[in-house]
Design a protein around this ligand. Structure first.
Ligand code: SME
Length: 157
């Protein structure tokens, strides 16, 4: 397994296309979940430089903060609360172009302006979410959704 990431310049799509096989290589060589979650957020942060990227994991019917890169964040989120809790409840990706317009958005940082949250499904059940925050508005779109959904599907809980 290569331990250093090749950073790609170019369009967002080109960046994801370069990153995807590298993430696959990282997670397929390791069975430990926390190690894989940690490397996935590190790789995403290194390639895209997002404000915050991290996992929340379902534990005892709550989302609990997992490996992340960025400023400290809230540790527990209930089902249906905030963007992460809504993503968990609906079991579908949510793109929020302006967090202030999302009812119930949980502001871990006032610098966060837009967000995408992807559910992680195992046997048709949400076991966690991948949350990405940007400090600019309208940062995320269907391209992010397409590739981030592929990335979380590589994870085995
Ligand atoms: N904004 C999220 C909470 C998590 S932080 O952004 C890291 C939400 O509304 O669920």
């Amino acid at each position: 397994m290569a331990e250093d990431l090749q950073i790609k310049l170019g369009t967002k799509e080109e960046q994801y296309q370069s990153l995807l096989p590298q993430i696959k290589g990282l997670v397929h060589g390791e069975i430990d979940l926390i190690a894989n979650l940690a490397n996935v957020v590190a790789a995403l942060k290194e390639q895209f430089g997002w404000f915050w990227v991290g996992f929340y994991l379902v534990k005892n019917n709550e989302l609990v903060l997992g490996p992340f890169q960025g400023p400290v964040a809230c540790t527990r989120i209930k089902k249906g609360r905030g963007v992460c809790g809504a993503c968990w409840e609906k079991a579908e990706t949510i793109i929020v172009p302006d967090v202030e317009k999302f009812p119930g958005h949980i502001a871990c940082s006032s610098l966060s302006k837009s967000e995408i949250v992807i559910p992680i499904l195992q046997n048709n059940e949400v076991v966690g979410v991948l949350d990405v925050d940007s400090d600019s508005f309208n940062h995320f779109d269907e391209i992010d959704q397409l590739y981030l959904e592929q990335i979380v599907s590589m994870l085995h809980f």
